[in-house]
Design a protein around this ligand. Structure first.
Ligand code: FAD
Ligand code: SIN
Length: 518
């Protein structure tokens, strides 16, 4: 067993920001960060477009950014949260810059600002097209300077520890006492007893298989919270990014940033028609849900596998300057952006919902906090405005820090039982888990994708129930490993998406059910 003051699950922008701030404020307290792959692997690392914040006070204003966020969120944002996050944003970014993060500037040293769908102004600060990688680099460098942070890569949090594990009958006013964690190298499961635990475990794109998210994004934190009876909301609002590179398979997919459309690229169907203006007067810069549905509709009407992003009319030298990673990655796939159209399809990208938190990042479970993509703060409502998520991760990590600065969590005297896997055996035969995971991902793509309907959702629910019982049987009999834990988590998350989709009886933001009015 490890004992720590602060346990943080996840080493993306949200988790590391919190760790760094706590460690600097409380040099005598212990901060433990567990992360399930290598220390940098996260959605953060792959973020391209940038971070939205108001730096240009001549053309832009907090009010405009607030309005754009509220419009995207389609009536479900919490205005107080939107105002707080947007006003705090520039401070948090300046802080990140003092920790060493570099963002692109012009010859006068002013930040260069990009634009993405749904933004009325140029306000996205970036580091070429690898902004997330730069943020992750700077945060890890800062983390490594702070001796009281223990960062444990290849450590997978399995379950939150609550009174349920003490066999107490208590069903109300439960608390979190840390987590059970799998050392992925040794295969051992041990207890981390923590005065306070924060979920910063990111998104769940892998539930769909076809996603811009890396393989770590399996919704673990949300599933753990769900099993601990924590409030979870807005799971129906999955944001599909319109332009993931189509490479003929259904696996994780490289993103072609929305900033490329902000730079002037056109979307064309297989007949070469620039179709977006048929769907929305903002054309290629309509909000993501509209662009994704338009592409879905063009693909279904034409029977083609994809649509195309045409950059051939753009200045290729400027393009290479702003999007070197996209240019090179396309070239590796034999796509010369100067001459060839880029084949693209929508892919699962971002979860607007998650573990419900208040303005301090507190969840409904005592001593459990959440920040970043796994949380549901009220900022995004029914649809996230592009580049508002890194902003949210930075601001909410700070909110939790500010709360913990004033409220020292106390150590429990309760005896925490060790993980009990008596009577379980090693899972032999490696093909069963990828097979079940593939089935789950297929059913989510087929029945709970960009455009849904009630009959598909009910079918998804039936098929998922069968998968749930098969997975439970595997879980009861076998020693836990990463793949089995992830499957268990993804089945839980899929259940939440399907049930909350069925519960929503209207079309709103990014949620579209063809049984309801457009
Ligand atoms: P993450 O960065 O995903 O970090 C989660 C961490 O938790 C990871 O370290 C993971 O390994 C760990 N973890 C997960 N489960 C466990 C477990 N069971 N045990 C231990 N560790 C665990 N947003 C923007 O604002 N601007 C952009 O330009 C932008 N571009 C994007 C491009 C791509 C391709 C993608 C995928 C996303 C993009 N986003 C963008 C979204 C944004 O990157 C994420 O929402 C944000 O980085 C989430 O940060 P986070 O810290 O909450 O989670
Ligand atoms: C992108 O660069 O298109 C992604 C931006 C985001 O998801 O916020």
């Amino acid at each position: 067993m490890i004992e720590t003051n602060y346990l943080i699950i996840g080493s993306g922008a949200a988790g590391l920001t919190l760790a760094v701030k706590l460690a600097a404020e409380f040099p005598k307290r212990k901060i433990t960060v567990v992360t399930k792959a290598n220390e940098s692997e996260s959605n953060t690392k792959y973020a391209q477009g940038g971070v939205a914040a108001v730096f240009d006070l001549k053309e832009d204003s907090f009010q405009k950014h607030i309005e754009d966020t509220l419009i995207a969120g389609d009536g479900l944002c919490n205005r107080a949260v939107v105002e707080m996050v947007i006003k705090e944003g520039p401070k948090r970014l300046r802080e990140l810059m003092t920790w060493g993060a570099n963002f692109d500037t012009d010859s006068d040293g002013e930040l260069t600002l990009g634009r993405e769908g749904g933004h009325s102004q140029f306000r996205v600060i970036h580091h070429k097209d690898t902004t997330g990688n730069e943020i992750e680099r700077a945060l890890l460098a800062r983390t490594n300077q702070l001796a009281n942070i223990t960062l444990l890569p290849h450590h997978f949090a399995i379950d939150l520890i609550t009174e349920h594990h003490f066999s107490e009958d208590k069903t109300e006013n439960l608390s979190c006492y840390g987590a059970y964690v799998l050392d992925q190298i040794s295969g051992n499961i041990f207890t981390i007893k923590a005065d306070c635990t924060t979920l910063a475990s990111g998104g769940m794109g892998q539930v769909y298989g076809h996603t811009t998210n890396p393989v770590v994004a399996t919704g673990d934190g949300i599933a753990m919270a769900y099993r601990a009876k924590v409030q979870i909301q807005n799971m129906e609002f999955i944001q599909f990014h319109p332009t993931a590179l189509y490479d003929g398979n259904n696996g994780a997919s490289f993103l072609i940033s929305e900033a490329v459309r902000g730079f002037g690229a056109f979307l064309r169907n297989k007949n070469g028609e620039r179709f977006m203006l048929k769907y929305d007067e903002r054309g290629e810069l309509a909000s993501r849900d509209i662009v994704s549905r338009a592409i879905d509709s063009e693909i279904k009407m034409s029977g083609a596998d994809c649509v195309y992003l045409d950059c051939t009319h753009l200045d290729i030298e400027d393009f290479k300057q702003d999007f070197p990673n996209i240019y090179e990655t396309c070239l590796q796939q034999s796509i010369n952006v100067a001459k060839d159209w880029i084949p693209v399809v929508p892919a699962a990208h971002y979860l607007c919902g998650g573990v419900v938190v208040d303005l301090d990042g507190k969840t409904s479970l005592k001593n459990l906090f959440a920040c970043g993509e796994c949380s549901c703060t009220g900022l995004h409502g029914a649809n996230r405005l592009a580049s508002n998520s890194l902003l949210e991760a930075l601001v909410y990590a700070d909110r939790i820090f500010q709360y913990l600065r004033k409220h020292k969590p106390s150590r429990t005297t309760k005896a925490i039982p060790e993980w009990n896997d008596e009577g379980t055996v090693l899972l032999i035969g490696s093909e069963i888990l990828p097979q079940k995971t593939g089935q789950l991902q297929w059913l989510m793509r087929r029945y709970a994708g960009v455009v849904r309907n009630n009959s598909d959702l009910k079918e998804a629910s039936l098929q998922l129930e069968k998968l749930y019982f098969q997975m439970e049987a595997l879980y009861q009999k076998h020693k836990l490993n990463t793949a089995l834990s992830e499957l268990r988590n993804m089945v839980n998350v899929a259940h939440l998406i399907i049930q909350q989709s069925l519960n929503r009886t209207e079309n709103r933001g990014g949620f579209f059910n063809e049984d309801y009015k457009k």
